[in-house]
Design a protein around this ligand. Structure first.
Ligand SMILES: C[S@@+](CC[C@H](N)C(=O)[O-])C[C@H]1O[C@@H](n2cnc3c(N)ncnc32)[C@H](O)[C@@H]1O
Length: 232
């Protein structure tokens, strides 16, 4: 899988979020989930592959420092425009992770990112996150896609989510756009990286963690898996 192609997709004007309501609801819930993890008021938190993170200011208001790490330059520009005035939000690219001193972070969250990385890329990132975490820090690796979860299952989960949140019509139109969009072509040609629960747990553990599956997924597709890991 070429990560560059997925990054160019995230850099493009894609329609994964079917309208403004979907975008707002999605990132509101991601922020709620991060806050439910209960980071301490002074916590150093990394949201890796954060996307638009439109409610990151609510997370930042409850922690010491929030790093938003995003590979897509267009998305980083949006984040800097949105949060430039917020002193405890730092927007960085993945290369800048190296500048964070070892043992700095209390919480790393990577939601819905693992599927866009190769196995080698994920392994390298797991080692980096392990190095950056404090001894009693936590990694939450969420929305991991197991084998056999098809785009149809993802589409049905989106429709159920849209029904509950009052944007069903826009979701149907958005799914049609997605079927005709580069997302479907890239997903069909490159695929996404999927993991069984056993494989992802072994990979997390091999990077120096003890991983446990969360009883729920971080976001709306219940067929996907979320994990919390602590340094061994
Ligand atoms: C499906 S979106 C998830 C966004 C967000 N985490 C959320 O919860 O909605 C995947 C995001 O991961 C980013 N991404 C992919 N590979 C990355 C990498 N190697 N480093 C940092 N960000 C990456 C993409 O640019 C995209 O914004």
């Amino acid at each position: 899988m070429s990560q560059d192609n997925w990054i160019s997709f995230w850099n493009s004007e894609h329609s994964i979020y079917v309208n403004a309501r979907h975008l707002d609801q999605h990132y509101r819930e991601v922020a709620d989930r991060i806050l439910q993890l209960g980071p301490a008021p002074g916590a150093q938190v990394l949201d890796f592959g954060c996307g638009e993170a439109t409610h990151a200011d609510r997370v930042a208001a409850s922690v010491g420092q929030l790093w938003l790490c995003e590979a897509a330059a267009r998305v980083r520009d949006h984040l800097r425009t949105r949060f430039g005035g917020q002193p405890n939000i730092k927007v960085i690219g993945p290369d800048e992770l190296q500048a964070i001193p070892a043992g700095t972070l209390d919480l790393v969250v990577a939601n819905s990112v693992a599927q866009y990385l190769t196995r080698d890329e994920l392994d390298a990132l797991l080692r980096t996150w392990r190095r950056l975490l404090t001894p009693d820090g936590r990694l939450v690796l969420a929305d991991v896609v197991p084998p056999g979860v098809s785009p149809v299952s993802d589409a049905l989960a989106l429709l159920r989510y849209a029904w509950r949140n009052d944007f069903l019509g826009a979701a149907i139109a958005g799914l049609v756009r997605t079927v005709l969009s580069p997302y479907r072509r890239i997903r069909a040609s490159l695929g996404i990286t999927t993991y069984t629960e056993r494989e992802i747990t072994e990979r997390i553990d091999a990077a120096g963690f003890k991983a446990a599956r969360l009883p729920f997924n971080f976001e709306h597709q219940p067929a996907r898996l979320s994990f919390v890991a602590t340094p061994r």
